[in-house]
Design a protein around this ligand. Structure first.
Ligand SMILES: [Zn+2]
Length: 662
């Protein structure tokens, strides 16, 4: 008695990738609708099943489709945009500003289609995605016919698709409800990372994931710096911190987990967290080496991902599988580490488990969805084949097979590629539309890169502020007498502080860009101890605006912002031509003089050792006020007993590097 099957695929080396890594040769599979009816030796399958549609694999490999455990598919449109940068500069300096400008539903659909074309060609049948406008990612993916876990991104700052995180969370709910139960798309929530989310966002995201029983996707412990910052800010590394936010009460797929210790690996295991290992991305961004063997040893589900095509820069899973094996061997000094069958399992069955959808896909077993690929393992770079040990086929696939060896791809019982021909996507159209975006993004960055100010604004580092600053600066031989003058003079002192300041001035080849000053201000308390530290970034105009007849100096348009990034970040982002470092102690008084507010700064320059300076400053909003204040400032200086010739300067950078000397 034979049963009817919709499709029978036979004459293959059939790798089931089941728990026993069963291989059937010659093997066959019977498929009905979206389901696998049976897999086995061809003789057995043909004895039990008949079909009007049978396909001869001609001895090629038939195996489950690969599972890309972590990507940002739509970023195909940003591939090659900015490379050879550190993660923070790459992400905050380039990716996020460009995304804020360009990412739209249209961008996301096109980028996702392009990614789907690339993934289908390289044998991927399922992927885990995190991006903006995830509804459009899901739509484009479903139309292309691929299976995917699609997570809507949530961030603490405005994203391309949400003004704030509340809006992002609301959109996530609507999005999840729309796609729940879809045959190909598993909706999910994607709080980007602990460092781009607040505690409240992490908690809300976990509760949404629990409420709808959907996966939660997140980047965790990607860089050493991220872990160190977490220790500083929260008193603990990343994994215990997110655990404390109840994150692991959801079904979590965590990308990277590069910097995790044995205790944290146990925590991940205890909460059944799936891990997505991204070899190329970690190598390219020098994030470090994830302890994958240790994770596998304890039984953690580790999948393999490409990460976004802007940090890889492709979606070639065969390359990732190979790298995963190589990295594990090299970092452990043990060539037996992460052998080929394990590496391939990570990219198939274990990957599906990590995505929390192992019940649906990941292996060729009766009852699972028909997600499979056919791979030609007989081409020049992959021949000959040894049959002495059946497992040699895994070595062939991991160490020699190329993505272009994939000839056919089926997802959910439907062909997406037959004999290298894509059936659901038009590559020519996609490539032409992608080139249009590249042209627009090039123009946007060209425009931005020529101005320090617009680069500053692009990273949210400044708000434009038109103001005038009046400044009188004189060098002093006897600072003590000035201090006693200030005390005795009956000046109304509103505020007094002592700072230890470290200033780094960036200057640029184009002098009209002015100077960018990164200032570390240590406030010194009464016991000579540091009471607080603040970091500020100031863009100083290129030259003095004017010298009033009164010898006061007027400058205009300074841009001041808290410095949220490290000095290294700004150095790598702004690429200054020259840097000057100035260290000084500053006594600062905020005073009222003739009813006007002034700052009196008494500075001792330690590096370079230039002695003492007195500075009287005030900020005004109109030029007329500035002229008046300049006169008063001169009078204030004289009233402090200083009568000698003044030496004026816009800032210390000009004392160290006078403009004429440059
Ligand atoms: Zn990522």
């Amino acid at each position: 008695m034979t049963q009817n099957a919709e499709i029978i695929i036979k004459n293959s080396i059939l790798l089931t990738m089941d728990a026993n890594l069963t291989i059937y040769e010659p093997g066959a599979i019977a498929i009905q609708g979206d389901q696998i009816l049976a897999v086995g030796l061809e003789a057995d399958i043909c004895q039990h099943y008949t079909s009007g549609y049978s396909i001869d694999c001609q001895g090629k490999v038939l195996m489950p489709g690969l599972i890309n455990a972590h990507t940002h598919a739509a970023m195909t449109l940003l591939r090659g945009l900015a490379d050879d940068l550190r993660l923070d500069v790459w992400l905050m300096g380039y990716m996020m500003p460009v995304e804020r400008q360009f990412v739209s539903p249209d961008f996301v659909r096109l980028g996702t289609r392009l990614a789907c074309a690339e993934m289908i060609r390289s044998g991927v049948t399922c992927f885990a995605d995190m991006y903006y406008f995830e509804d459009d990612v899901a739509q484009a993916t479903a139309e292309a016919g691929l299976r995917a876990v699609c997570a809507q991104t949530v961030l603490k700052f405005p994203g391309p698709d949400a003004r704030d995180y509340e809006e992002a969370l609301d959109k996530t709910r609507i999005y999840i409800k729309k796609w729940l139960g879809h045959e190909l798309i598993i909706p999910a929530v994607g709080p980007h990372s602990p460092y781009t989310c607040t505690q409240e966002i992490l908690q809300s995201a976990a509760s949404i994931a629990r409420e709808y029983d959907v996966p939660l996707l997140i980047h965790l412990s990607e860089t050493h710096q991220e872990v160190e910052n977490s220790r500083k800010e929260h008193g603990m590394p990343v994994i215990p911190y997110v655990k404390k936010q109840h994150l692991f009460e959801a079904k979590v797929l965590a990308a990277h987990c590069v910097h995790v210790d044995a205790g944290e690996i146990k925590t991940l295991l205890h909460h059944k967290v799936g891990v997505a290992h991204n070899p190329s991305s970690n190598l390219k961004l020098a994030s470090g080496f994830a302890p994958i063997s240790n994770m596998l040893d304890v039984g953690l589900n580790v999948g393999i991902g490409t990460d976004g095509p802007a940090s890889n820069n492709d979606l070639d899973m065969f390359e990732e599988i190979r790298l995963a094996a190589f990295i594990s061997k090299s970092t452990s000094g043990d060539p037996t580490s992460l052998p080929a069958p394990v590496a391939l399992t990570m990219a198939t069955r274990m990957g599906a488990d990590a995505l929390q959808i192992g019940n649906l896909t990941g292996s060729l077993e009766a009852g699972k969805r028909a997600d499979l690929i056919i791979v030609d393992n007989s081409r020049v770079h992959n021949s000959p084949r040894f049959k002495r040990e059946p497992e040699a086929i895994f070595s062939q696939l991991v160490y020699a097979t190329q993505a272009t060896d994939v000839t056919d791809v089926m997802v959910n019982g439907k062909w997406l590629m037959r004999d290298h021909q894509l059936l659901t996507l038009n590559e020519e159209e996609l490539l032409s539309a992608a080139s249009d975006y590249a042209r627009q993004i090039d123009l946007f960055l060209l425009e931005r890169e020529h101005s320090v100010l617009s680069k500053l604004i692009a990273i949210g580092g400044a708000s434009e502020e038109e103001s005038f600053e009046v400044q009188v600066k004189v060098s002093l031989d006897d600072p003590e007498s000035v201090v006693s003058e200030i005390k005795q003079h009956g000046l109304e002192v509103l505020h007094h502080r002592h700072y230890h300041e470290f200033d780094t001035y960036f200057s640029f080849t184009d002098a009209s860009q002015g100077y960018l000053r990164y200032r570390e201000d240590e406030a010194i308390g009464p016991n000579d101890q540091i009471s607080s530290v603040r970091y500020r970034l100031t863009l100083l105009g290129p030259t003095r605006e004017d010298n009033f007849p009164s010898d006061a100096l007027l400058s205009r348009s300074r841009f001041i912002a808290p410095a949220n990034h490290s000095l290294r970040f700004y150095r790598e982002y702004f690429k200054p031509a020259h840097e000057t470092i100035i260290e000084k102690h500053r006594m600062r008084w905020r005073i009222l003089y003739h009813g006007l507010e002034f700052f009196i700064n008494l500075d001792r320059l330690d590096n370079p050792a230039l002695g003492h300076f007195l500075e009287v400053k005030s900020r005004t909003w109109s030029r007329k006020d500035a002229e008046h204040k300049a006169l008063v400032a001169r009078e204030l200086i004289r009233s402090l007993g200083i009568s000698k010739e003044t030496s004026l300067s816009q800032d210390y950078i000009e004392i160290v590097n006078p403009p004429d000397s440059q």
